[in-house]
Design a protein around this ligand. Structure first.
Ligand SMILES: Cc1cc2nc3c(=O)[nH]c(=O)nc-3n(C[C@H](O)[C@H](O)[C@H](O)COP(=O)(O)OP(=O)(O)OC[C@H]3O[C@@H](n4cnc5c(N)ncnc54)[C@H](O)[C@@H]3O)c2cc1C
Length: 421
């Protein structure tokens, strides 16, 4: 079958890989010059199933209100901007801010995140792909006893859903990651949690190398191609119009991240995806002993730290301000301040690569996978904060559906259908 995958982020590239491995004739259409150059470019690098708690939770509306006027707040939301897409997304988000919805959404996210971790492991074994990975778990640190208490409550919920975490004292944290010792001695860490089966690695490098891997029938990547429109006859797509000629595939997979709603809208398909802009900085490590090797989530400051070879990546913050990709130094500052205070000797931090990207966020933090109202259009999008974590599993699901196989996980609550209910 000829399949067109739209978008070569980490999600689209993984999809193309599995479809090609199944023997399909795959073409990937991507506007950038390579794979993984937009939101998958410099993310937090965590394969983090334990991060399954959705953004929408009972305490979040009040917290977001308090942060509304703080330009460097971890979550910035400006509802007074003229932005009907944000208002409609925001209403759905508010409906997900109940304890019952948190449990449901966490269960759905975990289902695909845990599956995806397994698919990634198998793929790694099969291909020996290298992407500056660290397979040592993820350490979560808390700055105050109060927050550590909340963290332990979430850990209990995750344990009930099949994802156990170890509870650690501050000293345990420093034993696991000696680079944290100065912070522990200063009394900056109240305690931690360890997710032993999580991992980290460079999503861009993974996408780039996966795109290069020869498989049974290698996917054809067409870079520098701008998608214009999808034509259809009845409930079947017939043609993809681009600025560089048309394609007429038998099936299409939509994996355009935050831009997925734009093309879908013209087909009458409403995808409730809104961009949640996040930032990262990457610094060269100059003193390896003073830099962390294990990936760390600072749960109090809403930031993650990942070692990528000789680089230290720090990522975090979310801003709901539309499809604007400009880099605001005020949003970069908290990342720089935090890394300098936690790992002061890891780098001189004289040269820092700052970056921002648009997380394709759904109101319930669960991706949109599977069938669409069009019989030959498949959706693989809306992965929000966990697109790298969920990429391989989501790709496997789509390949299974296209092959007429039953996916290995239940798709209940992961399909677009849930927003119609
Ligand atoms: C600061 C930050 C930190 C993050 N940290 C983590 C983390 O630690 N772990 C994790 O799991 N996830 C993390 N994420 C989320 C993760 O990066 C995303 O969910 C993931 O990259 C989404 O991948 P994607 O392939 O769906 O989208 P993208 O990578 O954006 O790919 C979509 C592709 O579609 C192409 N495209 C769009 N429109 C068109 C068009 N009209 N024509 C042609 N091509 C088009 C784009 O060029 C792009 O390459 C983070 C995100 C951010 C911003």
């Amino acid at each position: 079958m000829k399949v067109a995958v739209l978008g070569a982020g980490v999600v689209g590239t993984a999809t193309a890989y599995f479809l090609a491995a199944d023997g399909h004739d795959v073409v990937v259409l991507e506007r950038q010059k390579g794979a993984g150059l937009e939101t998958s470019f410099a993310n937090g690098a965590q394969i983090s199933a334990c991060h399954a708690k959705p953004w929408a939770a009972p305490d979040v509306p009040w917290q977001a209100f308090l942060w509304m006027f703080q330009p460097d707040a971890p979550l910035l939301f400006k509802p007074w901007r003229w932005d009907p897409a944000l208002w409609s997304w925001g209403m759905r988000f508010l409906r997900n801010c109940t304890s019952a919805r948190v449990r449901t959404n966490m269960d759905r996210t975990l289902r695909i995140a845990l599956y995806s971790r397994d698919v990634l492991k198998a793929l790694r074994q099969h291909t020996n792909i290298q992407y500056d990975q660290q397979i040592q778990g993820i350490l979560h640190i808390y700055r105050t006893a109060d927050e550590f208490g909340h963290g332990r409550d979430t850990a209990a919920q995750l344990a009930n859903l099949g994802l156990p975490q170890d509870i650690l004292t501050a000293e345990d944290c420093a034993r696991i990651e000696p680079a944290l010792l100065p912070a522990v001695k200063n009394g900056d860490i109240a305690g931690g949690l360890m997710s032993p089966d999580d991992e980290s690695g460079d999503a861009r490098l993974f996408a780039e190398r996966l795109a290069e891997l020869a498989v049974a029938r290698a996917p054809r990547f067409r870079y520098g191609v701008n998608l214009r429109q999808l034509d259809h006859e009845g409930q079947r797509l017939t043609r993809i119009v681009t600025d560089q000629g048309d394609e007429k595939p038998d099936a299409v997979v939509l994996a355009l991240g935050s831009y997925s709603p734009h093309l879908a809208r013209d087909l009458g398909v409403h995808l409730p995806i809104y961009p949640a802009k996040g930032y990262s900085i990457t610094a060269e490590i100059e003193n390896a002993d003073a830099a962390p090797t294990i990936s760390i989530t600072d749960e109090t400051r809403f930031m993650v730290f990942s070692r990528l070879g000789n680089r230290l990546r720090v990522a975090g913050t979310a801003e709901l301000t539309g499809w604007d990709t400009s880099l605001d130094p005020v949003r970069v500052d908290p990342l720089v301040r935090n890394v300098k205070s936690l790992f002061p000797d890891a780098s001189s931090y004289r040269e820092i690569n700052a970056w921002c990207g648009l997380r394709p966020a759904t109101p319930d933090s669960v991706p949109i996978l599977g069938k669409s109202p069009y019989e030959n259009l498949f959706l693989n999008t809306g992965h929000g904060t966990l697109g790298w974590t969920m990429a391989c599993g989501s790709a496997r699901v789509i390949a299974d559906l296209l092959n007429g196989r039953t996916p290995e996980i239940d798709l209940e609550g992961l399909e677009l259908e849930r927003f119609r209910a």
